[in-house]
Design a protein around this ligand. Structure first.
Ligand code: XIL
Length: 350
C-alpha cells in the first residue's frame, strides 16, 4: 500500500471514530456525541416528540434534525379532516402517510391528530345543515375509515380536540350543536372499535393549570370512566405565551388526571413571546420549557412531551398571532436556543 493511501485510510478511520463519539485521549478531536432529547427522555420511560408538516419535509437539514432528535412525531395538519376527506366519502391519505412513513423509517412513533374538531373542516361539511342522524353517520364513517387506515401504525389518536370553552361549558361547534355532548363518547367508542390498541386522547389548550376548563375535563373523564367509555389520556396542548404567565399548577393538574387512571401528555408545546425576542425573554422561555419538562417527569403517568414543531422556521405562531413568535427551542437557522439546553438539562436531571 502506498504511504499516502495508508495515511488517508488512517485519517478516515479517525474521522469516523470522532463522528461516532468514540475518540478519546489527548488526540481526541470531539467530545462524545450529545444524547438526543429522545434518548434523554427514554431514560425516564418518556418520549420527546415534535409536530411536523408536509411542505417542510423537502428541507433536508430540517428533516435530519427531526429524525435524529425526536422519537414521536405528530402531523401538524396532514391527518385533519380537510386533508383526509376533502370531498364526502373521498379519502386522501397522501400527507398523513408521508409523515407516518418518514417516522417509521426512523423508528419514531406517531401521535395521530385529530379526528373531531371544529376547525379545518372541509366546505362540504360546514357549508350545509345536517340532521343529527346524517351528521352522526358522517362522523362515524370518517372516524372508522381514518382510524382503520392507520390501525397498527400510530401510537395514539387525539380523538376530540378543543371541546370546551374557557369557562368549562361545551364549545358550540357543529358537533355539539347537532349531536349534543354524546358525540364525545360516540367518537371514542368508534375509534376504539377501529383500532383497539391505539391510545385515545382528548386534547385541548389552556388546560395546563387547574381551572374551570381543566375542571370540565376532570368531570368529563370521571363521567366517561363511570360509563366504561374507552379513553386513555388527556393531552395538554401547552401553547404558552410569556405575556400571560406560567401555569403554576400544571404538575398538580397532571397528577389529578393520573389519579383517575389516565395517561397525560404535553402535546403541542410552544412558548411564544412578543417580538422582538431579547436575551431576557429567551432566558425566561428557557425556564418555562425547563419547568414544563420537570413537571411531566415528576408525574408518573405523564408519558411524554411534544413540541409544536421544533424550529422557529416552521412555527405556526407568526401567522396566527401577529407580532408574536420565537416560540420553539431551535431558531430559524436550526440553531439550539437556551430553551433547548434547558430541556436537555431538565431531562438529564441537572
Ligand atoms: C395548527 C397548524 O400548526 C397550522 O399549520 C394550521 O394552519 C392551524 O393549525 N391547536 C391544534 C393544532 O390542535 O391542530 C393547531 O395546528 C394549533 C392549535
Amino acid at each position: 500500500m502506498r504511504r499516502t493511501t495508508r495515511l488517508r485510510l488512517v485519517g478516515a478511520l479517525a474521522a469516523a471514530l470522532v463522528t461516532a463519539g468514540l475518540a478519546t485521549g489527548p488526540g481526541a478531536q470531539a467530545s462524545p456525541r450529545q444524547p438526543t432529547l429522545a434518548e434523554l427522555a427514554q431514560r425516564h420511560g418518556r418520549y420527546f416528540g415534535s409536530a411536523t408538516d408536509n411542505p417542510e419535509l423537502t428541507d433536508t437539514a430540517y428533516t435530519a434534525l427531526l429524525s435524529r432528535e425526536f422519537d414521536m412525531i405528530t402531523p401538524g395538519n396532514g391527518m385533519k379532516w380537510y386533508a383526509t376527506e376533502p370531498q364526502q366519502g373521498v379519502f386522501d391519505w397522501t400527507n398523513g402517510d408521508q409523515i407516518v412513513n418518514l417516522a417509521r423509517k426512523h423508528h419514531q412513533r406517531v401521535r395521530a391528530h385529530t379526528l373531531v374538531w371544529h376547525s379545518q373542516l372541509p366546505d362540504w361539511l360546514t357549508g350545509r345543515e345536517w340532521t343529527a342522524d346524517e351528521l352522526r353517520a358522517v362522523l362515524k364513517r370518517h372516524i372508522q375509515t381514518e382510524v382503520r387506515h392507520y390501525r397498527g401504525k400510530v401510537y395514539s389518536w387525539d380523538v376530540v380536540n378543543e371541546a370546551f370553552n374557557e369557562d368549562g361549558t361545551y364549545r358550540d361547534t357543529l358537533w355539539y350543536r347537532t349531536l349534543g355532548p354524546g358525540y364525545i363518547a360516540d367518537a371514542l367508542r368508534w375509534s376504539h372499535q377501529a383500532d383497539p390498541h391505539a391510545k385515545l386522547y382528548l386534547n385541548d389548550y389552556n388546560i395546563e393549570a387547574v381551572g374551570p376548563k381543566s375542571d370540565a375535563y376532570y368531570q368529563l373523564v370521571k363521567d366517561l370512566r363511570a360509563r366504561h367509555v374507552p379513553l386513555d389520556g388527556i393531552g395538554l396542548q401547552a401553547h404558552l405565551a410569556l405575556q400571560y404567565g406560567y401555569p403554576a399548577t400544571v404538575e398538580d393538574n397532571l397528577r389529578r388526571f393520573s389519579r383517575l387512571g389516565l395517561d397525560t401528555a404535553l402535546t403541542e408545546v410552544d412558548v411564544r413571546m412578543l417580538l422582538p425576542a431579547t436575551e431576557e425573554k429567551l432566558a425566561q422561555q428557557a425556564d418555562w420549557y425547563r419547568d414544563l419538562t420537570s413537571a411531566c417527569l415528576a408525574v408518573r403517568r405523564c408519558v411524554g412531551i411534544t413540541v409544536w414543531d421544533y424550529t422557529d422556521k416552521y412555527s405556526w405562531i407568526p401567522a396566527v398571532f401577529p407580532g408574536e413568535g420565537a416560540a420553539l427551542p431551535w431558531d430559524e437557522q436550526l440553531r439550539p436556543k437556551p430553551a433547548c439546553f434547558a430541556i436537555r438539562k431538565a431531562l438529564a436531571g441537572k
